[in-house]
Design a binder for this molecule. Structure first.
Ligand SMILES: [Ca+2]
Length: 375
């Protein structure tokens, strides 16, 4: 009898104890998600608040961002062509000018001198849509991956990241999983390593933007632009680059009011908002404080709907972004793959368990391009 009990328990024990190669087990728990006190020097950031308790089950997560070498293997095995390489379809976006549909990606290009950071559309002074930019050409068409094999793959959309994850037998993390993993047990603290930006007064623990953003990157933290994986110390869970380097796609749709909605109807293993919103819809919401958007704004192509990204990037600077914090949130849009955004994969410990996050249906991936409104 004793042997039978042991054998019956064994599969579960194996699942729990042995993480897949390149991943670590994150033990499920209830933790404080969001930013409790705000970032120093910044007004309260609505999308990160209110901080609230959230419960997440056990899951595995990769120790580092997916690299160019790993993505290359996926492409060689499947023949997959990323969105940035394909371009966008006139059928999907009949009103778009032809040049907006050509293959390419957003490539960071620092201006020659200081710019007004808070001006409307200021970001177009340092972001350029570059034809021929893609994961294979992350700095533009004249660049390549030579010597960048261990850099995180970038210029990939949420759909591209999901395709890789599916091929690898994994999935994207939810943002609640991602934040639990990033915090490394340091609940409520500002950074993944604690509350001080430079705990010893001099050593940078993440790849961010040092100097004067966006025109002068001193690389005082060791790197201007992206860095190879594992260039900085891991967090307490053994995870690298949970702060800075490149933004990481999560599975959830992005909305600025996700948290205020969540606390009205909390659930374990939250999967994010049921429906996605686009940048124009968010513009309406931010200006008017409601989602009563006109019909023409609701009828957005799925590729226009925003998904959560986490972790900040090599472009985060204290005067502008300061989003290399575990409580910070941002978003990606599949119309604009960018060279500061990549991803890492997660995996459920018990696939398809009741209430487990592997049940998420990625409805923005539907093929018919049907309108996807809100509420
Ligand atoms: Ca840097």
């Amino acid at each position: 009898m004793k042997r039978l009990i042991l054998l019956a328990a064994l599969p579960g024990l194996l699942f729990a104890e042995k993480a897949p190669k390149g991943m670590v087990l994150i033990k499920g728990t209830t933790y404080l998600r969001g930013t409790a006190k705000g970032a120093p020097g910044f007004p309260p950031i609505t999308e990160e608040q209110p901080a609230h308790k959230v419960t997440v089950s056990d899951f595995y997560i990769e120790t580092h961002e997916v690299t160019n070498a790993q993505f290359q293997k996926f492409v060689e095995a499947t023949g997959y062509v990323t969105q940035a390489e394909r371009g966008w379809s006139k059928k999907d976006f009949p009103m778009a000018p032809p040049e907006a549909l050509r293959p390419g990606a957003l490539i960071f290009s620092g201006p020659p001198s200081a710019v007004e950071l808070q001006a409307q559309g200021a970001e177009w002074q340092w972001w350029k849509f570059v034809e021929g930019g893609s994961w294979k050409h992350p700095l533009g068409p004249d660049s390549d991956l030579k010597g960048r094999e261990n850099y995180p793959v970038v210029c990939v959309t949420w759909e591209d990241a999901n395709a890789y994850a599916k091929w690898a037998g994994k999935r994207l993390p939810t943002e609640s999983e991602w934040e639990l993993a990033a915090r490394g047990g340091k609940e409520g603290q500002l950074y993944v390593w604690g509350n001080e930006k430079l705990p010893d007064g001099k050593t940078f623990l993440a790849n961010m933007f040092t100097g004067e953003f966006p025109h002068y990157d001193t690389a005082k933290d060791g790197f201007a632009g992206a860095a190879p994986i594992k260039s900085y110390p891991p967090n307490a869970f053994g995870l690298y680059d949970m702060a800075g380097n490149v933004w990481e796609h999560c599975s959830d749709y992005y909305r600025p009011d996700t948290y205020s909605d969540f606390i009205k109807n909390p659930t374990d293993n939250p999967q994010g908002p049921r429906n996605g919103v686009s940048q124009p819809m968010i513009g309406w919401f931010m200006n008017r404080g409601n989602w009563d958007v006109p019909t023409e704004l609701k009828n957005q192509h799925p590729l226009s709907l925003l998904h959560v990204t986490r972790g900040g990037s090599f472009l985060c600077h204290d005067t502008y972004c300061l989003r290399y914090r575990p409580g910070a949130r941002h978003y990606s849009e599949s119309l604009a793959p960018a060279n500061h955004t990549g991803f890492r994969c997660a995996k459920s410990v018990v696939p398809a368990a009741k209430g487990n996050s592997s049940e998420r249906k990625h409805d923005s991936g539907k093929k018919d391009g049907a309108p996807n409104g809100i509420k």
